[in-house]
Ligand binder design. Structure first.
Ligand code: WQD
Length: 325
């Protein structure tokens, strides 16, 4: 396999292979658990750094299928790190998650908070972080940034790129989106008796564009010879908490659609209030989230209204499948 000039290489954990040279990018679909295939890619060209997004991300699914999650998120990460080391590529941006904090008693939650994940998904992210920390301790040539995403939502403003979870959405925003386009009858609110402004859970929702900028800022940091990055975590959030009902109201405003609600039981393991302390990323990555809930809902609705069945069609969305990022 000969690789031509490329600016980006996309490796994700779905199986099968596809080779195609786009205008200025080369997209290869390689299963991160296939070490030989990964090695062949790294043997074919020089990579200066890797952004590792290839992981499964649905909390509920991880509880039902823990081995599936450990296989992809841990075995896959070990493969990638082994191949990177073998080819002297030692700059990594890793997609971690606020799930490593579990349910902290208070917010804002900073990077110094205890790491107490309480589901297999969160544990895979913490284990991967620990593997990165150990690698750096064994070889200080590595420069690693761990990005702890809070709650990514929104879509590219063009309306061409957005989230398309397979099966029943685990997360709030894609679920609300599917109610707004008429694919589901109502949203179940997981508990409205929390000690919050309106009784519903509070989270730190961050626009996916801000998240992307956070990755660019992390790459810049890794290549900044004056910075002494070893293996460092950074929260990617807005530093603001928004309740479930506030999200629903904002989405109704953005879409002009009524979102029917059902008040249900609390979801086991849910934190009451969780939002990010963002000072470290602002100071050290020179990065700060720019978009608010209005823009997040505006762009998510723009994507949903143009693509009510995501990248599929009414028939294709009936198949189940895992959610990854
Ligand atoms: C948000 C709020 C629910 C669905 C998880 C991962 C985290 C990140 C984002 C990857 C909570 C409420 C939800 C619904 C509801 N993933 N809710 N009805 O659990 O905060 O975070 O996904 O990076 O790592 O842990 O996100 O969207 O599932 O829930 O009432 O149908 O919405 O109780 O308060 P969560 P979520």
């Amino acid at each position: 396999m000969s690789l031509t000039h490329m600016d980006i290489l996309v490796i994700n954990s779905s199986t099968g292979t596809y080779n195609g040279t786009l205008k200025t990018y080369l997209l290869l679909q390689v299963d991160i658990r296939d070490e030989d295939a990964l090695d062949a890619v790294f043997a074919s060209t020089r990579f200066d750094a890797v952004i590792h997004f290839a992981g499964l991300k649905a909390v509920g699914e991880s509880v039902q299928k823990p081995l599936f999650y450990y296989d992809h998120n841990i075995a896959g990460t070990i493969n990638l790190l082994k191949v990177m080391a073998a080819h002297e590529c030692k700059k990594l941006v890793f997609s971690s998650s606020a799930a490593v904090y579990g349910s902290p008693k208070n917010s804002p939650c900073t990077e110094e908070f205890p790491l107490l994940p309480h589901n297999p998904y969160g544990r895979t992210k913490l284990m991967a972080e620990e593997i990165c920390r150990d690698i750096y301790r064994s070889d200080s040539e590595w420069r690693i940034i761990l990005l702890r995403y809070f709650n990514p939502v929104g879509a590219h403003p063009s309306g061409y790129l957005g989230e398309d979870p397979r099966g029943v959405p685990n997360n709030l925003m894609p679920y609300v989106q599917q109610v707004a386009v008429g694919r589901r009858p109502s949203v179940t609110i997981f508990g409205n008796n929390y000690a919050t402004k309106d009784g519903t859970g509070v989270r730190d929702y961050i626009h996916v564009l801000d998240l992307a900028e956070g990755h660019i800022a992390a790459l810049r940091k890794l290549f900044d010879s004056s910075s002494n990055i070893g293996c460092e975590p950074y929260n990617l959030g807005t530093g603001k908490g928004t309740s479930v009902l506030e999200i629903v109201n904002a989405f109704e405003k953005a879409s002009g659609k009524k979102i029917p609600l059902v008040i249900g039981q609390r979801r086991p393991g849910d934190a009451e209030i969780l939002f990010a302390g963002t000072g470290k990323a602002e100071r050290e990555l020179n990065w700060k989230a720019k978009y608010g809930i209005t823009e997040m809902c505006r762009d998510q609705w723009n994507w949903a209204s143009k693509n009510p069945y995501g990248y599929g069609s009414p028939d294709s969305t009936k198949q189940n499948g895992s959610n990854s990022h």
